[in-house]
Design a binder for this molecule. Structure first.
Ligand code: HEM
Length: 133
């Protein structure tokens, strides 16, 4: 068996949190049509439950993300640094649009901020793989 290092723990926690933030949004979006058929308020109840795991996951992403930055510091220059900065901007957008999505009162606001949250989350995932590659 390969040995487990702190790098293993760091990346395991980062990727686990990413599966909740990104995968959770995709799963919830896929369930909404069925939940809506059960009852008008069911999608909102499911979303309220999801946010109780989503925001802690986002918090773990930020904390393990900072740990990542400390761990890979010698690599942070040139194109790696540019990619990391773009990723941080995308992560900020993902968090901000999720916050605005939760507070949206119109169907349009819900849809636009929800879509922006998901697209930016997917972009952060892709950029993360690019950084680790
Ligand atoms: C929506 C939020 C985020 C998602 C979905 C995400 C996703 C990922 C993924 C999937 C990896 C690749 C892990 C691997 O293959 O080993 C990664 C790596 C990385 N992430 Fe994130 N991340 C997020 C937020 C952050 C934040 C906030 C930071 C910095 C504060 C950050 C910094 C990094 C760094 C530096 C790496 C490279 C780690 C290494 O090569 O050891 N990430 N991220």
């Amino acid at each position: 068996m390969l040995g487990v290092s702190w790098d293993t723990v760091r990346l395991f926690l980062h990727v686990l949190a990413a599966t909740v933030w990104v995968g959770g949004q995709i799963t919830l979006a896929a369930l909404v049509p069925v939940l809506r058929r059960i009852g008008g308020t069911v999608p909102a109840a499911a979303a309220r439950r999801f946010r109780q795991v989503a925001w802690p996951a986002f918090g773990v992403l930020v904390i393990t993300g900072i740990w990542n930055v400390v761990a890979v510091r010698p690599q942070i220059h040139g194109r790696y640094e540019t990619t990391l900065i773009v990723k941080l901007v995308v992560v900020l957008i993902s968090g901000l649009t999720a916050f605005l999505h939760e507070r949206a009162r119109s169907k349009l606001g819900l849809a636009v901020f929800g879509a922006l949250t998901a697209i930016s989350a997917l972009a952060a995932l892709f950029l993360g793989i690019l950084l680790a590659g």
